[in-house]
Design a protein around this ligand. Sequence first.
Ligand code: PNS
Length: 191
Amino acid sequence: MRPRRDPSSRDLSSHCHGPVTLTYYRELMSRIAVVPGSFDPVTLGHLDVIGRAAGIFDEVHVLVVHNPGKTALLPIAQRVSLIEQAVRDAGLLGSITVTSWTVGLLVDYCTEVGASVIVKGIRSQVDVAYETPMAIVNRDLAGVETVFMLPNPAHAHVSSSLVRQVAALGGDVSPYVPTAVSDFLKSPAVE
Ligand code: PNS
C-alpha cells in the first residue's frame, strides 16, 4: 500500500518559499483516479474516457474488474493486454497503469493504491441510474468519490455488449473499438 502523507503532520513554516514548497504542494495535490470496468472488450468510448481522465488526474489506473452479472467473452489477462495496446497505439499522454482486480471490492483496490477518485463514463440517463447507487456505496464504504465523465457523443451508442454481439455474428466491429481489439477479434483464435 502506498501511504499518503498527512498534511497536518508536517510543519510548513520552514518551507514558505522556493521550489521545496512547490514540490510539496504538488505532492499533496497529486490525485490517483481509477477507471474501472469489465472492458470486455475495451471500446472507443472507454478509450475516450481514459484519455480524458489522464488529462485531468496525475495518475490513472485502468482496472479490469470481473462483473459476475455478465457472461465474459475474453479472459481478464487478454482484456488488460488489449487496453495496454490501445492506450499505447492512441499515444495517450499521462501516467496510465492497466491492471486487474479479481478479489474483493473495487474500493479495496483504491485504498491499496491511494486512489481517491473513481471515474465512470456516462453515455445516457440509463448509465446515471446504473452508476449512482454504486457511487454512493463506494463513498460510504471507503470515502472514495466518483466522477462521472461524458465521452465524445460520437461514442454514445457504443457498448461492449453490442460489440460482443456483432463480433459473435461475424459483423465488423472496427468502427467501435481500437484497432488492437478489432484485429484480435478477427483472429482465428477467437470464436
Ligand atoms: O463495465 P461494467 O461491467 O459496468 O463495470 C462494473 C464494475 C465491474 C466496475 C462494478 O461491477 C464493480 O465495481 N465491481 C466490483 C465489486 C464491487 O466493488 N462492488 C461494489 C460496488 S457498489
